[in-house]
Design a protein around this ligand. Structure first.
Ligand SMILES: [Zn+2]
Length: 407
């Protein structure tokens, strides 16, 4: 089995941690920001030096392709994203890019024979931290989003995504997009972003699917009045009602399958003044599970929830939902076999978070490889995966790509 160069992996992790470095040891590297462009430039420089041909498509997704020995074969692709959330970590997304670079450089260094072209890539705007939606580059390329709607997306800076693309220097041609015919398989290496692998002392997560999810907005309508002058029994306090509604949902959903996860992470309160009873609150409600029967039970509970809490009217709005995306069985088996051959402890795992791979899975055979996240932390500066764990993940990635190349 071929392995990658651990020292070089360490250097590459360090190099990328400089692009958008924060005081707390993480990164803020918004999609197509100057920090993100610097990271892309670094990727391109290294991949060019390794002998890759660089292409970009109309959404600035970057493809660095190392030719194979047998002309005319489709490409095997691997990559992830280099953008981050505000005060994010040094592993989410970028580890998959580092792994892709290392696969290319290890193949070149060690003269490893391969028939198919191998492409390392960077997907544009996975996080959606400035321009909505998330998973933008893969979503458009894989036909999930309308191109013009996405181009018109306006960031907090007032700029449209179309303008950001134009000034990025990375906007290429639509004909360069990843397509089913010209690509054979896609592997995405990623940190788990959760605590399961660490808790079970496993080196490698063999990812089988991305969980289905439902996303709702629950709205409560009350009445604003003076916080001092209004006796409790005369109130219609929308925030108190929202608290009751959240507790109600948790109590109902707690009875469903224990693998179900659900979250309220965002809340709007109006007028949001300490001396005024809130007249309006809305909150997000996100629930995820592999089995569509369980997500259907969630929908039922949300739809059947009381029409009033604490005398405030309830309105329920569905934002979006997605079905569970299963990865390609053969590629999943290949990853499993590689992890076993290296002697790395491993387990099958699903992904709660969304990833670019969930969209490519609809276009070409795709799978993912997870490695542990210390303490399960992600989307924060403390995100950490040890060098050994990164190295092992990249070894499995390299092995799985070379195995797929033989077929
Ligand atoms: Zn990510």
């Amino acid at each position: 089995m071929f392995t990658c160069d651990k020292n070089r992996v360490e250097e590459t992790i360090k190099a990328f941690s400089q692009f958008g470095a924060t005081e707390g040891g993480g990164v803020t590297r918004f999609a197509l920001s100057k920090e993100c462009i610097a990271a892309r430039d670094y990727f391109v420089k290294r991949m060019k030096a390794a002998g890759c041909v660089i292409e970009t498509d109309d959404f600035a997704n970057v493809y660095a392709t190392l030719p194979g020995s047998q002309p005319g074969l489709p490409r095997i692709v691997t990559g992830s994203h280099c953008d981050s959330v505000k005060n994010g970590g040094n592993y989410d997304g970028i580890l998959g890019v580092i792994g892709a670079m290392e696969v290319i450089e290890a193949i070149v260094d060690q003269n490893i024979p391969h028939r198919h072209p191998i492409t390392a890539m960077i997907w544009t705007n996975e996080e959606g931290a400035v321009y909505i939606p998330a998973l933008m580059g893969s979503g458009v390329v894989c036909g999930k989003f309308d191109k013009n709607t996405v181009l018109a997306s306006v960031g907090a800076n007032g700029q449209t995504f179309a303008e950001a693309l134009d000034t990025s220097g990375y906007k290429g041609e639509e004909k360069n997009r990843l397509t089913s015919g010209s690509y054979k398989a896609n592997f995405e290496l990623h940190i788990e972003q959760g605590p399961i692998l660490e808790a079970k002392s496993k080196d490698i997560g063999v990812v089988t699917c991305v969980l289905g999810m439902v996303n709702y907005r629950i709205k409560l309508f009350g009445q604003s009045n003076h916080a001092g002058a209004t006796p409790m029994k005369f109130r219609q306090d929308a925030l108190y009602a929202a608290a009751q509604a959240i507790v109600y949902l948790h109590e109902q959903l707690d009875r469903l399958d224990p693998a179900l996860v659900y979250t309220t992470g965002e809340i709007t309160c109006r007028p949001c003044i300490h001396s005024v009873i809130p007249n309006y609150v809305d909150f997000s409600f996100d629930a995820r599970h592999e089995n569509p029967k369980v997500t259907a039970q969630v929908l039922e509970i949300i739809q059947d929830m009381p029409k009033k809490f604490a005398k405030c009217r309830v309105e329920v709005q569905e934002n979006f939902s997605r079905e569970t995306v299963y990865f390609d069985k053969n590629l999943v088996a290949t990853v499993q076999k590689c992890a076993d051959t290296f002697g790395y402890s491993n387990m099958q795992i699903n992904s709660g978070p969304g990833h670019d791979a969930q969209y490519t899975a609809g276009v070409l055979p795709t799978t993912m490889i997870f490695i542990p996240s210390k303490g399960g932390h992600s989307h924060r500066e403390e995100e950490f995966t040890s060098l050994d764990q990164c190295w092992q993940g990249i070894n499995v990635l390299l092995g799985a790509i070379l195995e797929t190349d033989k077929k």
